[in-house]
Structures are given as structure tokens and as C-alpha cells.
Write a protein that binds this ligand. Structure first.
Ligand code: AMP
Length: 545
């Protein structure tokens, strides 16, 4: 027998209307591309989102059309999220840090009809536009006073476009399974793949994010989402803030340590989110300037493993609690979050850190398991490691425009990560399956080695790759950027430093000093690039190796 409750669809337009009705005066502040601060509130954001929806209809956009954005986190981009998806079109958030050939591929693959762009990206799209024949026009996210001269075909001004509308618009009642948006994976091998989210998946994911045991977000929270809206949905924070009426601070393109510190202090931000590279810049700035982060309670860090030294510095020096998150574009993106249990909090701090370096427990809605190569489920004992599989209503089922399922026969999605799960359900990523170092039939976690090396006082950044070895198949090569290029750390000291942190047979066979480590478009260490760079590298072979 079915329940007898209303079956009203879950739609993202309801989020912005909810915020406008219940928290009309709540502030949304933006450090604009032009460099000044812009402030308005949910009531105005909702009105302008409706005007945008009307403008899109006027220029001929239809239900199901794909409309792209290539933009920083700003109030206009925020309006696009609601205006485009709310009227029934599909928002494609393009990551401008992708290589030009990947941009060309994804814009053509998605068949974007219009592209909303920040003026920063005008030169990039001017070069690309000849390869994008189906794009009908480019909408520059600025006002008429700041419209640049451009060769972009059919260049429209955002403010001019929406000022002609009244905002007197009723959002259509869509099917909740209808698509809201597309994000492409950064695709380190092969072409990027599109993940097509639905209204239903977006709302359920947003509810999960706001929960006390996850992001602990409500109308008293002030959120600074540094994680870009063009990468993995800004971790759902755009929707979660409207759902709860939280105050929002949007950083525009200003992501350096000084700017982030000023934003936190100016708006009394208490929750912020970004990948570790952003935090390295902020911590360096704080150390050099002596400034502090008075209001900040917690920082969500994900996208790559969070080094223990980073957690310790945030918590012991600046009094900011670190919540490590794990997820992926294919998961909207949240999968798990590390929040200590009451019991964990009674442990001494170093033992708490042993837990905090893990990627945490799945939030409600996500199921997780680890399996071996025969697809047999492994024990949750904290030591067995295997392929991490997930399931849930905001996990991809198939990729955009692919008629093949993205799932295994039993309905689980293979994340491509290798992990352990302990008895309390804390998952720990040990590697991407293609980055794990295979030495003498055993696996060495490149991530564990990198994290341990990052704690060395003279190391700025560390990466570890497997290099061919005549006896062991592969052995680890440690690649480091020193803090002081004129006085790099010596290998003996580094090995000694690592010796009580990892198993002896994991210790790197060699260390290379470099001036920088390449990163992917989403801020992760580009292992593929490093493997290419070091493809002819010969490890020193010792007598007993
Ligand atoms: P993306 O789709 O670009 O968000 O990348 C997803 C991948 O980033 C995951 O499959 C992981 O390999 C990696 N990742 C995300 N969060 C973490 C984390 N906290 N620790 C380690 N790796 C992570």
C-alpha cells in the first residue's frame, strides 16, 4: 500500500523563493571581478533570478536547452544557478581552468546555446569561439559601463538583458527528475565526462549538506564558498545557503591568502570551504602577516587529502576546526565528512588527529563499501583496502549522452579510489586506483607518503609517484618543492623524518627537488603530468635492492 501524502516535486526554484520569503534581508556579499564589494539580499537575488528567467525566455531559450556559465563565484553567477535551472533549462558550469581543447570538447558535447561569462574570460572565449558554431551568443556578466570591446559574436550585457524584465514571473512546475545542471569531470585521461544532476538529486544533496552532523548550516551561519561554482557544484553550498537563509560571501576571483583573510574578518564568516591549495596560501599569509581569523569556526576541506600538519595548524594556532570532506563530481559531490564523535573527542589530540586525517563517515543517503578485485566485500577493519564503491540518490547512474550505465552490474558506482573503512565507519582514501604504487606485489599509498612529507618543516609541497624498478616493479619517488629554494632539504633528513610515520619498506627510493608541482584544473596534483615529466627517471639501484 502506498502512503497517502502529497507528491509535490522538489525543485531548485523553491530554494530561492523560500529564502526570499523567510530571509528577505539576509546579505549576499560579493567581491566583484571589478574589485569593489557588492551587497544585496535574498529578496533582490530572487527578483533578479526571475528577471533572468524571463530574459532567457525572451531570447528563445527553451526547456531542456543547455546554457553555460564560465564565471567566478559572484552574485550574478548565483542568479544564473536559479534563473537557468528554475526556468527548465540546464546550467552547464564550465571550468575555465580546463585546457582549451577540453573546453572546446565539453562546450560542443553539451551543445551550449548561450554562455554567460565573466569579463576575465573574454580573451579565452574570443580564441575559442570559431570552434563553437552552435553557441548563439555570449552574455557578459557585467553592467554597460564595464562592457569591454570584444569580437565575441552576439555579445550581450547581463545588466542590460535583465533590466528590461519585470520579475513578475511564476516558476514552472517541473518534473523533479528533470535536469538542473551539468558538470564535467576534469578527465585526466580521455575526454571529460558530463554528470547531469536533477532537481531531486540537488535538493536531497542540499538537505544532507545542511544537517548538524554535516555542514551545520542555518540562518545564523555566514558561509564563504571559495570552492568554485564551476567545480563540483561549489559542494552544494549555493543551494544549501538559500535552503537555510545563511549569509553568503562570494569571493569573485580574489582567492589569495590576503583577500580570503580580509573577507573572513570583514563579514565575520564562520564556515568556509575549499581545496587544500587555497588553505596553504591562507596559512602562509597568516604566518607572514600575524593576522588571525577571529570569527571562523570551521573550515571544510576536500578535493584532495588534507595533510595532518594543515589540520593541526588550523586547530591549534588559529582555533578553527577542520572538517575533511570527500566526494566527487559524480556524487554532487558530497560522499563523506569527518566529524569526530563524542567518544573521539575524549581522546588526546594526537589520537584525534589520527582520525581527522581520514575522509570520514558517509552522510545519510550515501552507502559505501570496499571490494577486492573479485568484487568481494572487504572487512571494515581499518586495514583491508580495496576499491571504494558507492550508492545513493545523488550518485551518477550514467554519464551525459551515454547510453551505457556507469554502474557495476550490482548497481554500485566504482569511485576509482582505493580506501579502508574502520569499525566506526570512517573511510580513508589510500589512493586513486591508478596512482597507487605497486611494489613487490604490495600497494604503497602515494597519498600517505605525500601527507607525511608535507609535515617536514622545509617542504612546501610534496608529490609521490611510482617509478619503474627492475626488481620491485615500482618504487616511490618523492618530488618536493622546498620552502626555501636556496636551501632545499636533504634526502637523508627527509627519510629520517618519514621513518616513524610510514612503514620502512614504503620509504621513497629517491627525492627530486623541483620549483613547482603541476596541478589539474581542479587543484589536484597532476600525477599524469608528473609521470610524464619523470618517465625517463632512473632510480638509484642499491646493492641489496
Ligand atoms: P572531483 O570529481 O574533481 O571532485 O574529484 C574527485 C576525486 O578527488 C575523488 O575521487 C578523490 O580521488 C579525490 N578527493 C576528493 N576529496 C578527497 C579527500 N578529502 N581526500 C583525498 N582525495 C579526495
Amino acid at each position: 500500500m502506498f502512503g497517502q501524502m502529497q507528491d509535490s516535486p522538489l525543485l531548485v526554484s523553491q530554494l530561492i523563493e523560500h529564502a526570499a520569503t523567510l530571509y528577505p534581508e539576509q546579505v549576499i556579499a560579493t567581491k566583484t571581478v571589478e574589485g569593489h564589494w557588492h551587497e544585496y539580499n535574498y529578496k533582490e537575488a530572487a527578483l533578479r533570478s526571475r528577471k533572468l528567467a524571463q530574459a532567457l525566455l525572451r531570447i528563445g531559450v527553451k526547456d531542456g536547452d543547455v546554457i553555460a556559465t564560465m564565471a567566478w563565484n559572484t552574485y550574478r553567477h548565483f542568479e544564473c544557478w536559479y534563473g537557468i535551472s528554475g526556468m527548465g533549462a540546464i546550467l552547464h558550469t564550465v571550468n575555465p581552468r580546463l585546457f582549451p581543447e577540453q573546453l572546446d570538447y565539453i562546450i560542443n558535447h553539451a551543445q551550449d546555446q548561450y554562455i554567460f561569462i565573466d569579463t576575465t574570460f573574454v580573451p579565452l572565449l574570443e580564441k575559442l569561439q570559431a570552434q563553437l558554431p552552435h553557441v548563439k551568443g555570449y552574455i557578459l556578466m557585467t553592467d554597460s559601463a564595464h562592457m569591454p570591446d570584444t569580437s565575441l559574436k552576439n555579445a550581450l550585457c547581463y545588466e542590460t538583458l535583465i533590466e528590461q524584465e519585470s520579475g513578475d514571473f511564476t516558476w514552472p512546475v517541473l518534473d523533479e527528475r528533470q535536469a538542473t545542471s551539468i558538470c564535467y569531470t576534469s578527465g585526466t585521461t580521455g575526454n571529460p565526462k558530463g554528470v547531469l544532476y536533477s532537481h531531486r538529486s540537488s535538493i536531497l544533496h542540499s538537505w544532507a549538506i545542511t544537517a548538524k552532523s554535516v555542514g551545520n548550516i542555518d540562518h545564523e551561519t555566514c558561509i564563504l564558498p571559495i570552492v568554485p561554482m564551476f567545480h563540483a557544484n561549489a559542494w552544494g553550498l549555493v543551494y544549501a545557503s538559500a535552503m537555510t537563509g545563511a549569509k553568503v560571501v562570494l569571493p569573485g576571483p580574489h582567492l589569495d591568502g590576503k583577500s580570503v583573510c580580509q573577507m573572513v574578518n570583514k563579514y565575520e564568516v564562520d564556515l568556509t570551504a575549499a581545496v587544500p591549495t587555497v588553505w596553504t596560501m591562507l596559512l602562509q599569509y597568516l604566518e607572514a602577516s600575524g593576522e588571525t581569523l577571529e570569527s571562523l569556526n570551521s573550515v571544510l576541506i576536500g578535493g584532495s587529502a588534507v595533510p595532518r600538519s594543515m589540520i593541526e595548524k588550523f586547530e591549534t594556532v588559529y582555533g578553527v576546526e577542520v572538517w575533511q570532506a570527500w566526494g566527487m563530481t559524480e556524487m554532487s559531490p558530497l560522499g563523506s565528512l569527518n566529524r569526530l564523535s563524542k567518544q573521539d573527542k575524549k581522546l588526546d589530540y594526537q589520537q584525534q588527529l589520527d582520525i581527522k586525517v581520514k575522509q570520514g563517515r558517509p552522510c545519510f543517503g550515501v552507502q559505501m563499501k570496499i571490494v577486492d578485485d573479485n568484487n568481494t566485500t572487504l572487512a571494515n577493519d581499518g586495514s583491508a583496502f580495496g576499491r571504494l564503491m558507492v550508492k545513493g540518490p545523488w550518485v551518477v547512474a550514467s554519464y551525459f549522452k551515454s547510453d551505457k550505465s556507469a554502474l557495476e552490474d550490482d548497481g554500485w558506482f566504482d569511485t576509482g579510489d582505493v580506501a579502508t573503512i574502520d569499525a566506526s565507519g570512517n573511510m580513508q582514501i589510500t589512493d586513486r586506483s591508478k596512482d597507487v604504487i605497486k611494489s613487490g606485489g604490495e600497494w604503497i599509498s602515494s597519498i600517505d607518503l605525500e601527507n607525511a612529507a608535507m609535515g617536514h618543516p622545509d617542504i612546501q609541497e610534496a608529490a609521490v609517484i611510482g617509478v619503474a624498478h627492475p626488481k620491485w616493479e615500482e618504487r616511490p619517488l618523492l618530488i618536493v618543492v622546498p620552502k626555501d629554494a636556496t636551501n632545499p632539504p636533504n634526502m637523508e633528513h627527509v627519510l629520517h623524518f618519514l621513518s616513524d610515520k610510514v612503514a620502512k619498506w614504503w620509504l621513497p627510493d629517491d627525492m627530486a627537488i623541483v620549483t613547482d608541482i603541476p596541478h589539474t584544473a581542479t587543484g589536484k596534483i597532476n600525477k599524469l603530468g608528473l609521470r610524464h615529466q619523470f618517465k625517463d627517471y632512473k632510480l638509484p639501484i642499491t646493492q641489496n635492492a
